[in-house]
Design a protein around this ligand. Structure first.
Ligand code: SF4
Ligand code: SF4
Length: 374
């Protein structure tokens, strides 16, 4: 596992404290979106579809700090838009480091080489670079020729300067598992600390069997990709979440674990869906009808969802609050090869069909939306 011990310790003690206090719902990672503007225009991105006056708007450092202080999550992920386009991003990052928050600054890295000198390496700061696969696939995914090379140049510069760097990859069930495995080899050769994966979110308006097949296909894909692992591969995420993706475990969604805060407020119920906003994290937790969300709820918007912002908090809580979860994490750390002959056969099968490279969003960007570099 690639997550440093100090970070794991911070998260473990935080989770245990919440348990001792009897808190049923609490945040683990704040998804802080300081702006929706971006210097890319990926097909299917819901963020950049906002009208111009919204795209011009951004959170001030003080608004960011208020949200961080109120919710108290030990980790802060800063997706976008493109956070490096925020004129006060350095101030925001420094304020979070002063609060001892573990920050994942999610970037497409087009500006990383240019701006890296503004930041100081810290154990609290990780650049999480959005790469959706090998060169051709990534460039197609972000609709920018040369996007992959620019991102890799940014990664190399940040690694050379001593920063923590991870990659952040969204995968769909039509992805080529062999290409993804070759991509992992490439990424690890850049010297990154680890990789972060999430399945893409899809929502078909007319739910039918395909929804459930969709989940099954995702598990099949991740079984093919993540079984028979090379020892060089490191993942900067919960090993139980990876096992969930491979179909070895089941969890229920805990979206309050990764709440999203942006210029509109606290987004209900999660980073992916927009069913209104709350003024505070507390209000979000207390006024959202949580029974309406998650795969078990019957809500068609949730039927196909396996994304990290909904399910990784569930795995972290399981790992740090139960013997079975803790043992599962220990086992995964001691033996991470996941030998599986059936998965090798999957690698030799022809691709079934191709899925859209980014997210599939509803026709109205104001209803369900997301960016890909979560
Ligand atoms: S998906 Fe991410 S990188 Fe692409 S346009 Fe949207 S915010 Fe920018
Ligand atoms: S299942 Fe997915 S879309 Fe539904 S609330 Fe959870 S994270 Fe959000």
């Amino acid at each position: 596992m690639a997550v440093p011990i100090s970070q794991m310790w911070t998260v473990a003690t935080y989770v245990l404290k919440q348990r001792v206090r009897g808190r049923e719902r609490y945040p683990l990672v704040l998804m802080l979106e300081p702006l929706f503007r971006c210097n890319l225009a990926c097909a299917g991105c819901g963020k950049i579809q906002y009208p111009a006056h919204i795209l011009k708007h951004e959170l001030t450092p003080e608004e960011c700090f208020r949200a961080v202080d109120e919710c108290g999550a030990p980790m802060v992920s800063i997706p976008g838009g493109e956070p490096l386009m925020h004129p006060q991003i350095v101030q925001i990052v420094e304020g979070l480091i002063a609060r001892k928050k573990y920050i994942y600054l999610c970037t497409n890295a087009l500006l990383l080489k240019e701006k890296i000198g503004l930041f100081k390496p810290s154990k609290y700061l990780t650049f999480s670079v959005h790469l959706d696969g090998q060169r051709e696939h990534h460039d197609l995914s972000v609709c920018r020729e040369g996007g992959y090379d620019q991102a890799v140049a940014g990664i190399r510069e940040a690694v050379a300067r001593g920063f923590r760097v991870t990659t952040n990859t969204t995968l769909f069930d039509g992805a080529d598992p062999n290409s993804v495995r070759a991509f992992f080899d490439e990424v690890m050769s850049f010297g990154v600390e680890g990789m972060v994966l999430s399945p893409g979110y899809t929502y078909d308006k007319a739910p039918d069997q395909k929804h459930f097949l969709g989940r099954a296909r995702s598990r099949r894909l991740f079984r093919a990709i993540l079984s028979n692992r090379r020892k060089e591969w490191k993942f900067n995420m919960s090993p139980l979440f990876l096992e969930f993706l491979m179909g070895k475990r089941d969890y229920q969604c805990t979206p309050w674990g990764s709440p999203a805060f942006n210029i509109f407020g606290w987004q209900k119920p999660c980073y992916l869906l927009q069913d209104g906003y709350a003024d505070t994290y507390r209000e979000l937790v207390e006024t959202t009808d949580w029974s309406h969300y998650g795969t078990e709820s019957g809500n068609p918007k949730c039927a196909n969802c396996m994304v990290s912002c909904g399910y990784e908090p569930s795995t972290v809580q399981h790992g740090f609050t139960s013997l079975s979860g803790f043992w599962g994490m220990v086992k995964a750390s001691l033996s991470s090869a996941y030998k599986d002959r059936g998965a090798l056969d999957l690698l030799n099968q022809p691709l079934e069909h191709s899925r859209p490279p980014l997210v599939q969003i509803a026709s109205s960007p104001s209803n369900e939306l997301e960016g890909s570099h979560v």
